[in-house]
Design a protein around this ligand. Structure first.
Ligand code: AHR
Length: 656
């Protein structure tokens, strides 16, 4: 017994000694910088089926027959002796934005004839959910009925409905039904019964249950992930999608607003981008257009940040630029967008916003000039753009591109030039190895605080430990990001915004990995990287405060990374610490400069045994934050950071 007590005392003596040496001092009254409300945000791009087939809840693929191959996603079917013909008709004079429609002729009195849609790699159907079918129809001959059938993978009829009595003019018809079973890869049959000919367009099926129950709206589970991040901003619509492979393929916001059937579909630039990941059925229907993006931003409490094309196509593809004499057109699009978002309802574009259902302005405060553009050609266009926007809207903050990398010749030229020009914000992108993130935690320590501010607009650690798809979102990558983000946060005096990229990936249709959130037709899960983002964005604080170890910021010595903030509204000191060691490490944290400190802190801990670990559809919460409480004695807490872990410690305080 005596021996045990001796051992125990020796152990406790060692521990106290170690933690005494490992003392972190937090000075709450030493404010380093305010943290911008926009600090942690979201990057949304229609890549990996993020929009069509993803967040936009439409279940029918190629609903308006405008894909390059007009019947892609559709298959002719004949049932019970039915027979007939399909004819794709193009009437650009009548419907310039959506010129094609389908003529279906049923030649038999008995049986059914028509076509079947496969959805976006199958339709995700839930038991007992209501589904709303709609279609534009014009009768040509006879009195055929439309039969709608939802069919499960085993051939089971999940639901059915019918429509009839069509007029000779185009009109939208609707019918709803409830599914009797769940199926992740259902298909939709649209059949004519009886002899006759009709023209159809915009064949559509939506679940009744959507985000905020909006008709023909967004997938609720996917938007919920975004809302739960409590993001400071949402950047949209990309990404390279802004630039397009060539200028004709660029994102043009005006084509994405107004009535759905008049939005002009285009090919998605990720359709053919990667030879090993060809996605021939990837198009943009623009059901999720700029109005819906603004609404989404408002719903989740994020500042909208649209990025506009400034007359330059993707420089990795065609690298085409608009003649500088034609820059006016691009500038006008930007000015009109500000009017669409903020203008009075008596203005042309403000009136459209009101007609779409939002008379109140969206209060747009910032906008991006191009994505990943570089070179003198960018500077030339950027100057013209900035001059025109600032002349009319001096308070709109402009985000400027620094190219594709946070270093190198391209970056240095743009960064130097844009800073000399007094740019508001400069957008930096880095998709690098986890080691880069660890080595660059001090990346912003010496940036000028007075000049242009930084938007870390796209970043993700690309681990080589695990190769394919969702496995790339392993714990190694998330921990490296957590460590690096202490540096972003510590430098909140110059880093005003940051967003992980890309955001979403469909497990059966992705082009780019890693990604923050993975989904299939029915389910979705958050990656460890998501939880890191969430631990930052829901604990961002209002001010960075001093936190030192041995008189230095905690930026990689002994493989530990840390930063502290105070939240003057919530009255909390929040400490973030990433331990990138394979062993645990102990610290004493001394808190100074406060009127009163609670005797308990809450610690959110994110960790996993193996750095190759991931979340997936089978174990979606394999890695997720867990909470524990820690005692505080006087003004000190003793903590043990587990191996490979990220901790957020929240301490209720009274501020002097
Ligand atoms: O996030 C994927 C792509 O990476 C973005 O579209 C582009 O901006 C960057 O190259």
């Amino acid at each position: 017994m005596k021996k045990i007590i001796l051992y125990l005392s020796a152990f406790l003596f060692c521990l106290t000694n170690v933690v005494a040496q490992n003392k972190i001092i937090v000075e709450a009254s030493k404010i380093i910088a305010p943290v911008q409300p926009t600090m942690w945000g979201i990057f949304f791009e229609d890549i990996n089926f993020a929009a069509d087939g993803g967040i936009y809840a439409e279940l029918v693929k190629n609903r308006s027959f405008e894909f390059t191959t007009p019947l892609m996603g559709w298959k002719e079917i004949k049932q019970n002796g039915g027979n007939g013909k399909l004819l794709v008709i193009n009437d650009a004079q009548l419907k310039p934005q959506n010129p094609r429609y389908l003529r279906i002729s049923s030649d038999t009195i008995n049986g059914e004839y028509g076509l079947s849609n496969e959805g976006f790699r199958g339709m995700g159907i839930q038991k007992n959910e209501q589904y709303n079918f709609s279609v534009w129809v014009r009768k040509k001959e006879g009195n055929a009925k439309i039969i709608v059938e939802l069919i499960g993978t085993n051939g089971k009829k999940l639901g059915t409905a019918s429509l009839q009595n069509f007029t000779n003019d185009w009109k939208k018809y609707k019918v709803s039904f409830t599914s009797n079973d769940t199926c992740s890869k259902a298909k939709l049959n649209v059949l004519l019964q009886g002899k006759g000919t009709i023209d159809v367009d915009m064949i559509s099926l939506f679940p009744q249950h959507t985000w905020k129950e909006r008709p023909e709206g967004l997938r609720a589970d996917l938007v919920q992930w975004l809302a739960d991040l409590k993001p400071g901003f949402i950047r949209f619509p990309g990404g390279c999608i802004v630039e397009g492979r060539d200028l004709a393929n660029r994102y043009q916001w005006k084509k994405t607003v107004g009535t759905i059937e008049n939005r002009e579909l285009i090919i998605n630039r990720w359709n053919t981008e990667f030879k090993n990941k060809l996605t021939p059925d990837y198009f943009q229907s623009y059901g999720l257009g700029f109005y819906e993006y603004f609404l989404l931003a408002e719903d989740i409490g994020a500042e909208p940040l649209p990025i506009l094309n400034c007359g330059m196509a993707c420089q990795f593809n065609s690298a085409e630029v608009a003649a500088i004499e034609n820059e006016k057109e691009f500038i006008q699009d930007a000015l009109d967008l500000i009017e669409f978002a903020n203008g009075s309802i008596t203005t042309k574009w403000g009136k459209l916003r009101a007609a779409m259902g939002h008379p109140k302005p969206f209060n747009l405060k910032m906008m991006g000039v191009g994505n990943e553009n570089w070179g003198a050609q960018y500077i030339e266009r950027n100057i013209a753009f900035t001059k025109a926007i600032k002349a009319k809207y001096p308070n709109i903050q402009l985000v400027n591109s620094s190219g594709t990398d946070p270093d190198g010749e391209r970056f240095n030229f743009l960064n130097d030039t844009l800073r000399k020009l007094g740019a508001d914000l400069i957008d930096e992108h880095y998709y690098r190895a986890p080691e880069w993130f660890l080595q660059n935690v001090k990346h912003y320590d010496n940036y000028d605080r007075k000049g242009s501010k930084v938007f870390a607009g796209e970043y993700a650690a690309h681990s080589k430990l695990t190769n394919d798809g969702e496995k790339k979102n392993n714990w190694e990558s998330a921990l490296a990001e957590a460590a690096f983000m202490t540096g972003l946060e510590r430098n909140a005096g110059v880093v005003y915004m940051a967003s992980y990229a890309p955001l979403f990936a469909h497990i059966d249709a992705w082009q780019w990995a890693p990604d923050l959130i993975w989904f299939n037709s029915l389910q979705s899960y958050a990656t460890p990287n998501y939880y890191v983002q969430q631990m930052y964005s829901t604990n961002k604080g209002t001010h960075v405060i001093s936190m030192l170890h041995d008189g230095e910021t905690i930026a990689g010595k002994n493989n530990v990374y840390g930063n502290a903030v105070i939240d003057k509204n919530k009255k909390e000191v929040i400490i973030k610490l990433a331990n990138v060691n394979a062993t645990s490490i102990n610290y004493t944290i001394e808190l100074n400069g406060l009127k009163k400190i609670n005797n308990k802190a809450v610690m959110q801990l994110l960790t996993s045994n193996n750095i190759a670990d991931v979340n997936n559809f089978i174990q979606p919460q394999n890695i997720k934050p867990v909470e524990q409480t820690i005692a505080i004695n006087n003004n000190e807490l003793i903590i043990s950071l587990p191996p490979s872990s990220f901790s957020v410690i929240k301490i209720p305080v009274e501020i002097k």
